[in-house]
Design a binder for this molecule. Structure first.
Ligand SMILES: Cc1cc2nc3c(=O)[nH]c(=O)nc-3n(C[C@H](O)[C@H](O)[C@H](O)COP(=O)(O)OP(=O)(O)OC[C@H]3O[C@@H](n4cnc5c(N)ncnc54)[C@H](O)[C@@H]3O)c2cc1C
Length: 575
C-alpha cells in the first residue's frame, strides 16, 4: 500500500473502530466518575484548547465531564513545517482520553483538542496508577480500553513514526522489527516502490544513502540504533541503575514476564529488562493455539502486551532495549554466599543493575543454517520468525520454510495465506516425527504447501537477497532449485547464555543447569541443596527455554517463571 492509499483508509479504520468498539471507547457512569474525582482535579475547557499534543513527552489522563474533544492526527510535517490535520474521532461527556503510552511513558501519538467548551477531570500518571492498583472495576475498564486503542493505532496505521527505507536494507529490517515488536505505531515507506518516499526524502534535503530514516515530529534520525529510537519515542526513559532491587529479571519473554508479574504482585521490588522487546520468541509467533484458556489462539504480540501491562500494573519496571553482558556477585557482610550477597548485572552501555536475587530468562534463538552466503542475505530475505513483516516480503511469491517442528509448521501455515506457494524442507523422513498432529493435518490438506522430506538446503542463489534455494534429496542426491523471495529457518535453538559463560554451570549445549542437575561439582553450599530452579550461583534462578532440559513451550516458560518466584522468596528469607 502506498502512503496515499493508506492515508485514505486511515480515518475510516479509526471511525469504524470508535463507533463499534465499546471495549476501546467505553462511557463512564456518574458513579465511576465520582470514584475518579478524589484522585484528580476539575478544569474548565475552552474550544481550541489542546489537552495534549502529538509529540509531547507525556500527558495526563482526562475524563470529559462536559463539552467535546476531538482526537487529531497531524501528518506530513516536512522540512518546511507544512502540516496536514485529520480529525479521527470526537468524544463527549463520560469518555476518557489516552492509551497505552500513559502507562509506558512513551511519547504521545495523537493530539486531543477541545471542540466544544466544557470541563474535564484531570489525573496525573501517578494518580492513574493508583486507580489501576486500587479499583479493580475501573482498572479492567481502563486497561482493556488502552490495549484495544493501541491495537487500533497499530491496525489503523496511524502515521506515528515514519520509517523510510528499502525492503532490501538490513537496518530497515532491524528498525521495522524493533517498531513492530515494541508495538510502536509507525508507517513504513518502502523506497523501492513508493514514489512518495523519494519526495519525502527530497523534502528533508536527504538522499537514499542517508536511509533508513526515522521521522518523528520534528526529529529526523538517520539510521538510528534501537537504543536511539527507543530514546526518541520515550520507550527507554526509566532509570534503572542506582537502586537495589529485590529481583532483577533478565529477559522479558513469557518466563521473564511471568516472573515479573508474580514477583511484583507479591510485593518484591522488581525490574525486568530485555535486549529487544517484551514477548521474546512468543512475541514473534503469529498465533499460539495451545496456550491454556485461549481456544481460538492468540497472537504472541497480544500475549506479550497483556503480560507487560499486568507486570507494570503491579509496579514492576520493564526496560528495553537493555542487554545484559555479565553477571557477578558481590559478597557483603560475612563475605560468604549468604543472603547478604548482591548480584550485579552489567549492561551493554556499561551501566550496572543490582539486585538481591536474579531470574535468568534469556531464552534461545533459532540456529543458523550452515550454508554459504547466509550472512549476506540475513535480515533481508532469511528470517527466523514469520510475522506480518516477513509475510509481506513473500506476498504473492514463493517462500521456503526449513524445519520439522511446530514453529516451522506454524510459519508454513501463516505464510501459505500470503505467499503463492510454500515449500517445507524437512531433514527427517516423516513430518509427524516432531510436529503436532493438528499442524501436520493442516499442512497436508493445504494446496499451497509442498512438503519435501529427507531434504536439505545446499545453496543460496541471488544478488544480496535470496532469489532461489537449491535443495538436495538425501536419498537420491537429486538437486532442485526453488525460486523464492524468503527463506524461513526453524531448526532448533541455541541458548542466549554467552554472557553467563564462566559464571554459571552450563550443559554441553550451553543451557543453564539448575537444581538437581548441578550435582556436587557445581554446588558449593553445604548448608542446603539448591532450589529446583536455582543455578550454580545461589540466589540466581533460571526459567524457560534458557534452562537445561526445558520443554520449550510458552506455558512451561510461564510456569517456570512463576515457580522461580517462590524460590526467590525462600532465598530472600533464608539464604
Ligand atoms: C515462531 C515461534 C512460534 C512459537 N509457537 C509456539 C506455540 O504455538 N506454542 C508454544 O507453546 N510455544 C511456541 N513457541 C515457543 C515459545 O515461544 C518459547 O518456548 C517461549 O517463548 C520461551 O519463553 P522464554 O521466556 O523462556 O524465552 P524467550 O521467549 O526466548 O525470551 C527470552 C528473551 O530474553 C531476551 N534476551 C536474550 N538475551 C538477553 C540479554 N543478554 N539481555 C537481555 N535480554 C536478553 C530476548 O530478547 C527475549 O526477549 C514458538 C516459538 C517461535 C519462535
Amino acid at each position: 500500500m502506498t502512503v496515499a492509499e493508506f492515508r485514505g483508509s486511515l480515518a475510516a479504520v479509526w471511525q469504524d473502530a470508535s463507533v463499534h468498539n465499546d471495549l476501546a471507547f467505553p462511557t463512564l457512569s456518574d458513579e465511576q466518575i465520582d470514584r475518579l474525582r478524589v484522585h484528580g482535579e476539575e478544569e474548565e475547557t475552552s474550544a481550541g484548547d489542546y489537552l495534549f499534543r502529538q509529540g509531547d513527552e507525556s500527558y495526563d489522563f482526562y475524563v470529559l465531564l462536559a463539552g467535546e474533544a476531538e482526537i487529531v492526527e497531524e501528518v506530513d510535517e516536512d522540512a518546511d513545517g507544512e502540516c496536514e490535520e485529520r480529525v479521527l474521532a470526537a468524544h463527549g461527556a463520560g469518555r476518557f482520553l489516552g492509551e497505552m503510552n500513559l502507562l509506558t511513558g512513551q511519547a504521545v501519538y495523537l493530539s486531543a483538542r477541545v471542540s466544544e467548551a466544557g470541563a474535564v477531570l484531570r489525573l496525573d500518571r501517578e494518580a492513574l496508577r493508583q486507580v489501576i492498583a486500587d479499583d479493580p472495576e475501573l482498572s479492567e475498564l481502563i486497561l482493556n480500553a488502552f490495549l484495544a486503542r493501541r491495537t487500533i493505532l497499530l491496525e489503523g496505521n496511524v502515521s506515528g513514526l515514519r520509517l523510510l527505507g528499502s525492503r532490501y536494507s538490513r537496518d530497515t529490517a532491524r528498525l521495522r522489527e524493533f517498531a513492530l515488536r515494541n508495538r510502536l505505531p509507525h508507517t513504513w515507506v518502502d523506497l523501492e516502490d513508493d514514489p512518495e518516499g523519494e519526495a519525502l526524502l527530497r523534502g528533508f534535503g536527504l538522499s537514499p544513502c542517508d536511509t533508513p530514516l526515522v521521522v518523528w515530529g520534528k526529529t529526523v534520525l538517520k539510521n538510528p540504533s534501537n537504543s536511539e529510537l527507543a530514546q526518541a519515542v520515550g520507550l527507554d526513559t526509566a532509570r534503572i541503575s542506582g537502586f537495589l532491587y529485590d529481583l532483577l529479571v533478565v529477559g522479558a519473554g513469557p518466563a521473564g514476564l511471568a516472573a515479573a508479574v508474580y514477583a511484583a504482585s507479591e510485593g518484591l521490588r522488581t525490574v525486568a529488562l530485555d535486549s529487544v522487546a517484551v514477548g521474546g520468541q512468543a512475541g514473534t509467533s503469529s498465533r499460539i493455539e495451545n496456550y491454556l484458556g485461549f481456544p481460538a489462539g492468540l497472537s504472541g504480540a497480544e500475549l506479550a502486551s497483556r503480560a507487560a501491562v499486568q507486570a507494570e500494573k503491579f509496579g514492576a519496571l520493564l526496560s528495553v532495549p537493555r542487554t545484559a553482558v555479565a553477571l557477578s556477585c558481590e559478597a557483603i557482610g560475612d563475605g560468604g554466599l549468604t543472603p547478604g550477597c548482591i548480584h550485579v548485572v552489567e549492561l551493554d552501555d556499561g551501566s550496572t543493575v543490582e539486585a538481591r536475587a536474579v531470574v535468568v530468562a534469556t531464552g534461545a534463538r533459532y540456529r543458523r543454517l550452515e550454508v554459504d552466503r547466509r550472512e549476506e542475505m540475513e535480515g533481508t530475505s532469511i528470517f527466523y520468525a514469520a510475522t506480518e513483516m516477513e509475510g509481506e516480503v513473500c506476498r504473492d511469491c514463493d517462500a521456503v520454510v526449513v524445519g520439522g517442528g511446530n514453529s516451522a509448521g506454524q510459519a508454513c501455515l501463516f505464510l501459505a495465506e500470503r505467499a503463492s506457494r510454500v515449500y517445507l524442507v524437512v531433514r527427517g523422513d516423516d513430518l509427524g516425527e516432531s510436529m503436532s498432529r493438528y499442524l501436520v493435518e493442516r499442512i497436508e490438506s493445504s494446496e499451497r504447501i509442498e512438503v519435501l522430506v529427507r531434504t536439505e538446503v545446499r545453496e543460496l542463489l541471488g544478488d544480496g537477497v535470496v532469489e532461489a534455494v537449491v535443495v538436495e534429496d538425501g536419498e537420491s542426491g537429486e538437486r532442485r532449485e526453488l525460486a523464492c523471495k524468503g527463506l524461513f529457518t526453524f531448526i532448533g535453538a541455541e541458548p542466549h547464555t554467552d554472557w553467563l559463560e564462566g559464571t554459571l554451570a552450563l550443559d554441553d549445549e550451553g543451557f543453564v543447569k539448575t537444581g538437581p542437575q548441578l550435582g556436587n561439582g557445581h554446588w558449593q553450599r553445604g548448608d542446603r541443596a539448591p532450589h529446583l530452579l536455582e543455578t550454580s550461583l545461589p540466589g540466581v534462578f533460571a526459567a524457560g527455554d534458557v534452562r537445561s532440559g526445558a520443554v520449550k513451550r510458552v506455558a512451561s516458560a510461564v510456569g517456570e517463571g512463576s515457580i522461580a518466584v517462590k524460590f526467590v522468596h525462600e532465598y530472600l528469607a533464608r539464604g
